[in-house]
Design a protein around this ligand. Structure first.
Ligand SMILES: [Zn+2]
Length: 94
């Protein structure tokens, strides 16, 4: 019996959801926040319900597709957030 290190390794390298910081679906940086500080997109459920569907809630009528376009144009998921967003940190890069 070698011990449980193989099991442990499998957990670390496998479905390590808890240890992997989730990427923002809008700007793609690994901010791991519900509301992304880089683009100010608010992830309704940390899931993509369909990029073409406006889900309402914190993002209002803004779709993820529009938010991505806004981020490309303005550096924020909506032009009104340009003043509150910040640049991504080095450890949040892809
Ligand atoms: Zn973002």
């Amino acid at each position: 019996m070698v011990g449980g290190w193989r099991e442990k390794l499998a957990r670390v390298g496998g479905h390590g959801q808890a240890s992997v910081v989730s990427k923002c679906p809008c700007c793609g940086y690994r901010t791991g926040c519900v509301t992304c500080p880089v683009c100010f997109w608010t992830d309704p459920a940390q899931a993509d319900p369909g990029a073409f569907v406006a889900v309402g809630g914190p993002n209002g009528e803004l779709t993820l597709t529009e938010a991505r376009l806004n981020y490309a144009l303005y550096g924020a998921s909506h032009p009104k957030y340009r003043e509150v967003v910040r640049k991504p940190r080095a450890d949040e890069q892809y």
